[in-house]
Design a protein around this ligand. Structure first.
Ligand code: PTJ
Length: 266
């Protein structure tokens, strides 16, 4: 792993990249996962690389949905396993959700590498590996259609960080409550999921585990109240407005800087 200087202004972002590269070498992350992360980084830049108010609202709703579910399942792909290993295990412990490997670029080697990583972080059981993914999501062509009959197939709530739009839509059609994490508020996944957390998985996953842990102590009634007051479309609109407002402010600041430069030139 390349050593990132602690005082590097973009140390956190570079550390994330190093983690993905390392897990790419270990067979956890697919090459396309590096490209997908780049797209995420671009949106994170626009969001100011922090968890916004709408993201916090969605995290609260997601925690409530997971805690009130009969059979919640966390769907894990290569990027999520690499970037949020410990937090996924913690979230599963706090909410009682199962963990299932579900890959777009599926191979038994990758499934096993992801299982190994999660088990090393403390996970007891990993669903969806090899022949265990014997069921199929109807009307879905990609490898993501293969699911575990004890996991995603039976689940009433499915947590799907960094998902593709097709499967989100298919899961919603099956009557499942889907929670997405996607830095791009315009992606099909973000638009189709009933709860969308527009945030980096590296920030959203620990915050979600922490929120669920607190909310669990407050009882089911509080969770149901949170869900009744949550509106995903409005929340997404707020997330997009935040980007818009931030860019407008930055554009104004840029204009002032240009005018100051022009004054100096005189
Ligand atoms: O491990 P596999 O085989 O299942 O493949 C995983 C990837 C991510 C390659 C696969 O699911 C894929 O191609 O995803 P997409 O369709 O590129 O979608 C990924 C979405 O996640 C994009 O909208 C990105 O903006 C977003 N994203 C990328 N990195 C992050 C992110 N969202 C939150 N946190 C991130 N760190």
């Amino acid at each position: 792993m390349t050593k990132i200087p602690l005082d590097h202004p973009r140390a956190e972002s570079l550390r994330m990249r190093e983690k993905l590269i390392e897990q790419c070498d270990n067979g956890v992350v697919t090459l396309a996962g590096l490209v997908a992360h780049g797209r995420g980084e671009a949106f994170d830049y626009l969001l100011g690389e922090k968890t916004t108010k709408p993201a916090l609202k969605a995290i609260e709703a997601a925690a409530a949905e997971l805690l009130t579910a009969d059979k919640p399942v966390i769907s894990v792909n290569g990027n999520v396993a690499a970037l949020a290993t410990e937090d996924i295990v913690k979230l599963s412990e706090v909410t009682g959700a199962g963990i299932e490997v579900n890959l777009f670029y599926r191979s038994l080697e990758r499934e096993k590498a992801i299982m190994k990583l999660l088990k090393k972080a403390g996970a007891c059981e990993i669903l969806g590996v090899g022949a265990d993914a014997s069921a199929q999501i109807p009307e879905l062509g990609s490898e993501r259609r293969r699911v575990d009959p004890r996991g995603i197939l039976m689940a009433d709530v499915v947590f799907v960080p960094l998902e593709d739009g097709d499967r989100t839509e298919a899961l919603v059609k099956m009557g499942k409550k889907v929670i997405a994490v996607d830095l791009n508020p315009l992606s099909r996944t973000a638009q189709k999921a009933p709860i969308t957390i527009v945030d980096n998985i590296t920030r959203a996953a620990p915050k979600l585990a922490e929120t669920a842990s607190k909310l669990r102590k407050e009882g089911t009634r509080k969770s149901k109240q949170i869900l009744a007051n949550f509106d995903n479309k409005m929340n997404l609109s707020e997330a997009i407005s935040l980007i818009n407002e931030r860019l407008s402010r930055l554009a104004k600041e840029q204009k002032c800087l240009t005018l100051e430069d022009e004054k100096l030139d005189l």
